[in-house]
Design a protein around this ligand. Structure first.
Ligand code: APR
Length: 238
């Protein structure tokens, strides 16, 4: 790479959390192989059977709470601490492993499993405890209007003001552990490229939008991303 970057956007997907023991969505034993997306990741599914959706995310929450960040998450913290650039972490993941690793500037565009939103008053309830159809909103005291603060298919992404700014101004776009099949996030690389960023992806398998990346690093992110961070840090010493 041999260039000094001033603004870096890191887009992460489920693959960055795989080595922390969390299931991805589309691999052979992925979440979408064992659950119907329509039932647990759409507004219609939530309206049809909110208890089923709450059960799914309450179970996921328990798994996620036990997970620990891995070397890829920690390498992002090292990069943010030692590399003189603004570095945004735009994550599709609803786990909090970026936070646990000490990453900063984290934007959960698909929401977070440890949050629920009140459909009556908009209050965001932060909790690792179960949320269900009996949960009372601590702000408006209405029962049964809490929804997991997860962006369902068809809903708008969160923090898009921050993402748009980062996409327009980043000179290095790094994708880690995403299959590149779910839009709008899968289109971010194209926007970054349009505005002149160099693009690199870290993934296990060929991704759907791989043609938009200048470089591809195949392998487990916990093994491939830390050396990449070391190389970037060496470059600024030259
Ligand atoms: N290191 C690097 N990449 C990995 C690893 C790993 N250890 N393990 C898996 N991967 C890669 C896979 O090769 C794949 O490209 O991570 C990607 C995981 O793809 P998906 O399971 O589709 O997950 P993701 O891309 O995050 O899904 C996007 O889809 O269902 C929605 O909202 C959900 O945020 C999710 C979105």
């Amino acid at each position: 790479m041999n260039k000094h970057y001033s603004r870096i956007l890191i887009l992460s997907g489920a693959g960055i959390s795989a080595e922390s023991g969390l299931a991805t969505f589309r691999s052979s034993n992925g979440l979408w192989n064992n659950h119907k997306v329509d039932d647990v990741a759409t507004i219609e599914g939530f309206q049809r059977n909110p208890a089923l959706v709450h059960d799914f995310y309450n179970e996921l929450k328990t798994e996620i709470q036990k997970a620990k960040p891995n070397a890829a998450h920690l390498a992002i913290t090292k990069l943010q601490q030692e590399y003189p650039a603004q570095i945004d972490v735009v994550t599709q993941n609803v786990d909090t492993l970026h936070e646990k690793a000490g990453n900063q500037n984290i934007w959960h565009i698909h929401g977070q499993v440890n949050q629920a939103v009140c459909l009556n008053c908009g209050h965001i309830l932060e909790t690792w405890g179960d949320v269900d159809t009996q949960t009372i909103c601590p702000q408006c005291q209405v029962m049964g209007m809490m929804k997991p603060n997860i962006v369902f298919f068809g809903e708008n992404l969160l923090y898009m003001d921050k993402v748009d700014d980062a996409l327009r101004h980043c000179d290095l776009f790094i994708s880690i552990g995403t299959s590149g099949v779910v839009y709008p996030a899968a289109g971010f690389v194209q926007t970054a490229k349009y505005y002149g960023a160099e693009t690199i992806e870290f993934t296990l398998d060929q991704t759907a939008n791989n043609y938009l990346f200048d470089r591809h690093v195949y392998g487990k992110a916990g093994e491939t991303f830390p050396p990449f961070v070391e190389a970037l840090l060496q470059d600024i010493k030259k």
